[in-house]
Design a protein around this ligand. Structure first.
Ligand code: AMP
Ligand code: MG
Length: 406
């Protein structure tokens, strides 16, 4: 594994290792009504042709185009075709039927005259506009045909996809199982929101944020609570992770006296792939496997945890889901504020994102970038990516960024 320096590996190498360390999960069948946001595990072919027959695209009169080549032309109405109940018969020269949107076009008719272009006098209908063959008719199969593969494995089903699956009369869809992600925080200083707060204690915000992050990205978070900064507490909480697809620990990943994750989980069989990444925030970041489960050890500072989740946890979840879009999309924007030169770690700078009236995107970094500043992180929309050793850069130049909300 290439090392940059001091045992740190590059971000893209770390990501490759994370992706190599997780596998796509199995699939399950789900009703189309419940499939929003799920990842399709198999291609879907249509069970029917839509529309099933030629239908009218408008409210009006079904005619033989040959009868209305010169107008006005008066035809005799002999019946009606409505959506769901077609006209049972054929129209001959000089005849018409009343027809509505979505109704079957009767045999003999090959065009529709819209009702705004007619005068009605009893059953004598005067057509005032020429209507060539095919006009305002939706031919059978205009939308799709039986057997057409219209939804591909790997897509994230949105409301348009599920509507299409329903229209194809495919009531059950094969989707990948949602990864169960166990989450625990470590730290004697942590209490859950709303609990009594002793002196020197702070609220465990990371477990809340990461559970929401897992859920937002298609996983099922399992919040296991907080382990104390002592080996027995860590060992105990570890016993509750069985049956999950991935373990995410928060905090205790660094080199301080109370950073026990590496050592204690190591004794419990953690096989570490890497434990330091050349990035800011998030240098102490562990990835490995414990009892067959991939494990990501995130740093405790709230911004570090959030940024490393965006960079590594989201792709890992996507891989488990079999999503076609495994990694994040990098975009470019105009920089809103000067930036100094970077050091050896790849920097992920928290920034707002605004769009000018001409459509230009501007990414403006916050002036202060400390990895404990959750208020700024909550306000940020994106992370500007600064490569190791990148030179100083002026406002107005272009920078690369990734969106925090994917
Ligand atoms: P650690 O990675 O355990 O050294 O923690 C780094 C910093 O993040 C410390 O200031 C911790 O108090 C803080 N921290 C650790 N875990 C959490 C958490 N779950 N929620 C909020 N802050 C945390
Ligand atoms: Mg700690």
């Amino acid at each position: 594994m290439p090392e940059i320096t001091e045992g740190m590996i590059a971000v893209d190498v770390a990501l490759e290792n994370v992706l190599a360390g997780v596998s796509q999960l199995g699939s399950e069948d789900i009703n189309v009504a419940d499939a929003q946001g799920r990842i399709l595990a198999a291609d879907v072919a249509s069970h029917l042709t839509q529309p099933p027959v030629d239908v009218s695209a408008m409210d009006g009169y079904a005619v033989r185009a040959a009868d209305v080549t010169t107008v006005p032309a008066t035809l005799a109405q002999i019946g009606e075709s409505a959506a769901g109940s077609g006209f049972d018969g054929k129209i001959e020269a000089g005849q018409t039927i009343r027809i509505f949107t979505g109704a079957p076009v009767p045999e003999g008719a090959d065009a529709i005259v819209i009702q705004e272009d007619t005068d009605v006098d009893g059953d004598q209908i005067t057509m005032k506009e020429v209507s060539p063959a095919g006009k305002f008719i939706r031919p059978a199969g205009l939308d799709f045909n039986t057997g057409d593969v219209l939804l591909k494995a790997g897509i994230r089903l949105n409301s348009r996809n599920t509507a299409l699956a329903a229209a194809m009369n495919v009531p059950w869809l094969k989707v990948t199982r949602q990864p169960r992600v166990a989450i625990f925080s470590t730290g004697d200083e942590l209490v859950m929101p709303g609990e009594p707060l002793g002196p020197d204690q702070i609220v465990n915000s990371n477990s809340i944020g990461l559970a929401a992050f897992v859920q937002a990205n298609g996983g099922v978070p399992i919040n296991l609570g907080i382990a104390k900064d002592d080996p027995d507490s860590l060992r105990e909480i570890l016993t509750t992770t069985t049956g999950t697809d991935m373990l995410v620990t928060i905090g205790g990943a660094s080199v301080g006296d109370y950073d026990l994750v590496k050592t204690v989980l190591g004794e419990e069989g953690l096989d570490i792939t890497f434990s330091r990444v050349a990035m800011r925030p998030g240098k102490p970041l562990i990835f490995g496997k414990i009892k067959g489960i991939p494990m990501l050890g995130l740093p405790g500072n709230p911004v570090s945890a959030g940024v490393t989740a965006a960079l590594f946890l989201r792709p890992a979840i996507n891989k488990m889901l079999g999503a076609a879009d495994t990694t994040h999309v990098t975009e470019t924007a105009v920089l809103g504020r000067d930036l100094a030169e970077n050091d050896k770690r790849q920097d992920y700078i928290r920034a707002t994102l605004t769009m000018g009236s001409d459509g230009t995107l501007t990414a403006t970094p916050f002036d202060h970038q400390d990895s404990s500043m959750l208020a700024r992180f909550a306000e940020a929309a994106c992370l500007i990516i600064r490569a190791p050793f990148a030179g100083p850069i002026k406002a107005g130049e272009r920078v690369k960024f990734i969106r925090l909300d994917g």
